[in-house]
Ligand binder design. Structure first.
Ligand SMILES: C[S@@+](CC[C@H](N)C(=O)[O-])C[C@H]1O[C@@H](n2cnc3c(N)ncnc32)[C@H](O)[C@@H]1O
Length: 214
């Protein structure tokens, strides 16, 4: 199977995404994910942070607003151009792939990835790169789509010869059929955020990260 052109797809979406989110339509980000992420985030004042998959830079700017020096990386140059169009003290933007970070080992005190790791082509390699560029004792915090909302339980069904249509996934069809979801459906998390510390040679192992549905 041919690998999808992730960079091309994000580049094609960047202008619309930037316009809509800056106009306030990314309500889930603004009302749920971002407040949840920052509520969990350890203090970053004075830290050197990598923001991986920064998109148009909304959360990068909030991170820098907390006093971090931020280097923000995204694979899509259209997003980097949009982000860099809002100059902000303490932020440098770079086009780059999280699976091949152009930084020396142990360069960062912290790495953040706001809703981006589920989109990278090679998550394992990207996480190995994150571990490499983190200093011992530094931390990574990321949010991703919750599998309950994104698990590929949908399937393709053929409607007419030569045409295919994606059948709705179990979770979306449940929601669509129920105009007034019950309490358990309303509590269903749609993303998860977690923090984890890099192993320190001077201390015994990483401290356990807290995982919070938000
Ligand atoms: C859902 S968007 C999130 C953007 C931003 N973090 C936010 O919270 O608004 C995912 C981002 O990941 C970026 N991305 C995908 N694969 C990447 C990779 N391999 N390396 C760096 N960024 C990547 C996309 O270009 C896109 O900007």
């Amino acid at each position: 199977m041919e690998a999808p052109d992730i960079r091309g797809q994000w580049n094609a979406n960047a202008a619309a995404w930037t316009e809509m989110s800056r106009a306030g339509f990314d309500r889930y980000r603004d009302l749920v994910n971002t407040p949840g992420f920052f509520a969990l985030l350890p203090a970053v004042d004075g830290l050197t942070c990598l923001d991986l998959g920064c998109g148009e830079g909304h959360n990068t700017r909030l991170l820098a607003g907390r006093g971090a020096r931020v280097i923000a990386v995204d694979i899509a140059e259209s997003f980097i151009a949009a982000a860099a169009g809002i100059p902000h003290q303490g932020i440098r933007y770079l086009v780059g792939d999280g699976a091949l970070l152009p930084f020396r080992a142990a360069s960062f005190d912290a790495v953040t990835a706001f809703m981006s790791l589920m989109d990278v082509a090679d998550p394992e390699r990207t996480l190995r790169e994150v571990a490499r560029v983190l200093r011992p004792g530094g931390f990574v915090q990321f949010s991703v789509l919750h599998p309950i909302m994104s698990a590929p339980v949908g399937h393709w069904s053929r409607t007419r010869p030569g045409r295919a249509r994606r059948a709705p996934s179990a979770s979306t069809s449940t929601r669509a059929r129920s105009p007034r979801p019950g309490p358990s459906a309303r509590r269903r998390p749609s993303s998860v955020t977690g923090t984890s510390r890099s192993r320190s040679p001077t201390r015994a192992g990483p401290s356990p990260g807290g995982w919070t549905p938000c």
